[in-house]
Ligand binder design. Structure first.
Ligand code: HPA
Length: 234
């Protein structure tokens, strides 16, 4: 049934959805990696597609930036469309010295400066974690690829241009590997609705070393991340 944000009919979305932040990236990825592609959503230009990868039905849809945005789309996909697993495929900034641009981060857990979990009225702090099943599969696949990967915590922030320029370093000192803006809401929503979620990130910049990379080099890591996500999809 269509929602205010998604015009897909029931059955048009696969059991696993890959979610990049950028809807045009979702379009590019669907056209590049999937066969028999059908667009199921264009509401607010948040493009969503379903196709097949090696015979498996897979969907790819943009999440937008930030936790309110991914929170809306993942809630509807899980609760209205029978989606069982969402794999975020995004980018992040490195906040520890050993994490370099072009590396992949497989988010085991997610911290946040957001109040997203306040809605659950828990008597404490909710630790948002990925599905161990998906995490284990991702790590096994990453090992077989020619990429450097890290598994650990990340910080999902509500703020890109933070007034406290030292905030990322504080999270880094607690072992967080990278900063992005969506994983906590995805993991919390999946937990609330008893579904599976995973976040895979390519490191696009470093808040520690300020190193840079070429678009071509970034593409190689992105392809590896994408292949991992597509292989995991059930
Ligand atoms: N901050 C937050 N989100 C991000 C960043 C960053 O530096 N890089 C990519 N996504």
């Amino acid at each position: 049934m269509p929602t205010p944000h998604n015009s897909a009919a029931h059955g048009e979305v696969a059991k696993t959805v890959l979610m990049p932040g950028d809807p045009l990236r979702a379009k590019f990825l669907a056209e590049t990696y999937l066969e028999d592609v059908q667009q199921f959503n264009a509401v607010r230009n948040m493009l969503g597609y379903t196709g097949t990868y090696k015979g498996k039905k897979v969907s790819i849809m943009g999440s937008g930036m930030g936790m309110p945005s991914i929170g809306i789309y993942c809630h509807e996909l899980f609760s209205q469309y029978g989606v069982e697993a969402i794999i975020r495929i995004g980018s992040c900034g490195a906040i520890r010295e050993e994490v370099h641009i072009r590396d992949i981060i497989i988010a085991q857990g997610s911290c946040t400066d957001s109040n997203f979990a306040h809605q659950y009225e828990l008597p404490g702090t909710f630790s948002a974690i990925s599905s161990f099943d998906l995490l284990e599969k991702a790590v096994t696949l990453a090992k077989a690829k020619d990429v450097t990967y890290h598994v650990g915590n990340v910080i999902a922030s509500d703020v890109f241009y933070h007034a406290d320029q030292g905030s990322a370093a504080k999270w880094g000192s607690m072992g967080c590997l990278g900063v992005e803006m969506e994983s906590y809401a995805l993991f919390a929503t999946a937990a609330h609705l008893n579904k599976k979620a995973l976040t895979l990130l390519t490191v696009s910049d470093s808040l520690v070393t300020h190193e840079e990379t070429t678009a071509e080099e970034r593409e190689k890591t992105f392809t590896a991340m994408m292949e991992i996500a597509l292989e995991i999809a059930e």
